[in-house]
Design a protein around this ligand. Structure first.
Ligand code: C2E
Ligand code: MG
Ligand code: MG
Ligand code: MG
Length: 283
């Protein structure tokens, strides 16, 4: 009897696994198709200078307009893309498209593109970046590449060499989701980068608990010591904004300012910022 029960729950477990595997397989097939048919698009979310209120740049975030399911979230398909290797063509098309779009923006506005650790293992990341810059005419100083701490866990000489080569091109490197990784702070000494993006989980807790503010304060002071820009992700309220300003955070990004929007709207947004420049007003 105990045996039958065990078998029963195992079968249930197996069925659940099966459903999950099937749904991932479906996403894989459809995503491959979407990449081939050039359906994926970058949307752009502004990065705001907290002193002046001006837009310093935009982060490119992949969007998948799906015939039946509407806009599919990257949280659903980025993990599948990473497991199947599709992240390489996806990352390549995001990079090319973001550079092309940004090349038409004002010269002081940057674009940030997310990179997966897998792209560093592909062996062609450097040439992919060089080609995207050359083809679009975007000056390297206007491109930021966002990496996460997991990349640095590998402590790979090849990763380090690629980061140095990218920086030698004049491209900027940002540390995304800072504080959520498991790596030690020691990597900050050996890896070259220009910006720290404080993960939104720390910003979310601001106001609710004093520990979050202490953490923000120490990351800002760490950033000043290292001479890098500090950006806060996930800014949703005026209270969070004012706290971040008090702590001396350089930049903010979040729904308080804007969600990610298609390029056509970005062009209009930047034209509006230009238009009001004469009146010394900011967004
Ligand atoms: P991320 O790079 O940390 O991007 C920030 C995410 O936070 C975006 O989610 C953005 O829409 C969301 N966000 C921005 N402001 C707020 C806010 O005020 N509140 C809240 N709750 N969320 C906010 P999204 O677009 O769903 O992307 C999720 C993640 O997917 C990204 O996190 C990034 O890790 C990954 N991703 C997106 N596009 C790409 C891509 O082209 N390549 C790679 N490798 N990963 C990407
Ligand atoms: Mg990012
Ligand atoms: Mg992030
Ligand atoms: Mg994130």
């Amino acid at each position: 009897r105990a045996k039958a029960d065990a078998r029963g729950s195992f079968a249930f477990f197996e069925a659940a696994l099966d459903a999950k595997a099937q749904s991932r397989r479906k996403i894989e097939v459809e995503l491959r198709d979407a990449i081939q048919n050039d359906v994926l698009r970058p949307y752009y979310q502004p990065l705001i200078d907290l002193q002046s209120g001006r837009i310093t740049g935009f982060e490119a975030l992949v969007r998948w307009p799906h015939a039946e399911r509407g806009m599919v979230s990257p949280a659903e398909f980025i993990p599948v893309a990473e497991d199947t290797g599709l992240i390489n063509p996806l990352g390549g098309l995001m990079l090319r498209r973001a550079c092309m779009d940004a090349a038409a923006w004002p010269d002081d506005v940057r674009v940030a593109v997310n990179l997966s650790p897998l792209q560093f293992r592909s062996g062609n990341l450097l040439s992919m970046v060089t080609d995207a810059l050359k083809h679009s005419g975007l000056p390297p100083r206007r491109l930021e590449l966002e990496i996460t701490e997991t990349l640095l866990l590998e402590k790979s000489a090849q990763v380090l060499a690629t980061l140095h080569a990218l920086r030698a091109l004049g491209v900027r490197i940002s540390m995304d989701d800072f504080g959520t990784g498991y790596s030690s702070l020691s990597y900050l000494r050996s890896f070259p980068f220009d910006k720290i993006k404080i993960d939104q989980s720390f910003v979310r807790d601001l106001g609710a608990n004093r520990e979050a503010q202490a953490i923000i304060r120490s990351i800002v002071s760490l950033g000043k010591g290292l001479g890098v820009t500090i950006t806060a992700e996930g800014v949703e309220t005026e209270a969070e904004l004012s706290c971040l300003r008090t702590e001396g955070c350089d930049e903010g990004q979040g729904f308080l300012f804007s969600k990610a929007r298609p390029n056509a709207e970005i062009v209009a947004l930047l034209a509006a910022q230009r238009g009001i420049d004469g009146e010394d007003t900011a967004l």
